[in-house]
Design a protein around this ligand. Structure first.
Ligand code: HEC
Length: 249
């Protein structure tokens, strides 16, 4: 029986694998929940208000947002669409001219539809949004712990406030010195408390994880059925094998 449990456990363990962090920085767990429609609603609202000034999510259509977040067409038009000509089937395209943007920020502004997949998890996005810190050597005055020398300014600074990063210097066995991140320290409060800011960035992450894979919830639900089916099949096959072999041993 122990062997049986071990085999079943081993077969599900890879699903629990963790994504690696940035340059030596562990990622924070976003704990986002795709079935939380209110979180998706807030995430979509933050996205159109704070991110779409620069970024598009060009593979996402507003009607799909309505479906996933449990909103009516009219609610989406009233709250999430700022264009003159509101067509519910249109894509989430920023009004910014990509060439201008590239000139202003010194780098192309990436489309964010698939970022959660490209970065392997929502945890990366969540950590990224919480990891801007003061750095006078950068043109925008900030740097980012998981995206060093990032071209994006800290657009949520009014809400989060400003934090500085504390590093200590450690010498390894070969005598090389490294900067090791110790923690952030809020030096100027924003309009949100740290808990509120965590909630906001979690909602944004939730929205972006959904955008990257709108079928994920459905896939996971199906996946659980398939796993359950396989486990039951395995137990039956095992019992059958015991039954067949019992007279031989
Ligand atoms: C003022 C313009 C601007 C706004 C507003 C903005 N960004 Fe960005 N963002 C950028 C630029 C420019 C980059 C590219 C940075 C680079 O490559 O160095 C970027 C990069 C990113 C990346 C990294 C993508 C990757 O995988 O490389 C993420 C994630 C991101 N932005 C999320 C957001 C979110 C979420 C918001 C809204 C809260 C937002 N951005 C608002 C300009 C902006």
């Amino acid at each position: 029986m122990k062997k049986l449990i071990a085999i079943v456990l081993l077969s599900v363990l890879p699903a629990l694998g963790m994504a690696a962090g940035g340059p030596g920085v562990p990622l924070l767990a976003a704990d986002n929940d795709l079935s939380d429609q209110e979180s998706l609603q807030r995430g979509a609202k933050y996205f159109v208000n704070y991110c779409m000034g620069c970024h598009s999510a060009q593979y996402v259509r507003y009607e799909k947002v309505a479906e996933a977040a449990g909103l009516t067409e009219q609610e989406v038009k009233d709250n999430l669409m700022f264009t003159e000509n509101k067509k519910i089937g249109s894509q989430m395209i920023s009004a910014i001219n990509p060439d201008d943007a590239a000139r202003w920020f010194g780098t192309a502004v990436p489309d964010l539809t698939l970022t959660a997949r490209v970065r392997h998890s929502g945890d990366w996005i969540y950590t990224y949004l919480k990891s801007f810190y003061l750095d006078d050597s950068k043109p925008s005055g900030v740097n980012n712990l998981v995206f060093p020398d990032v071209g994006m300014p800290h657009v949520l600074v009014e809400l989060q406030g400003l934090q500085k990063a504390n590093f200590k210097v450690e010498t390894d066995a070969d005598g090389n010195e490294h900067k090791v991140f110790e923690g952030f320290e809020l030096v100027k409060a924003g309009s949100m408390t740290p808990e509120e800011y965590d909630g906001m960035t979690r909602d944004l992450t939730n929205f972006m994880v959904w955008a990257a894979e709108p079928m994920k919830l459905e896939r996971q639900r199906l996946g659980m059925w398939v796993m359950g089916f396989l486990v039951i099949l395995f137990i039956l096959a095992y019992m059958l094998k015991k039954e067949y072999w019992k007279d031989i041993h």
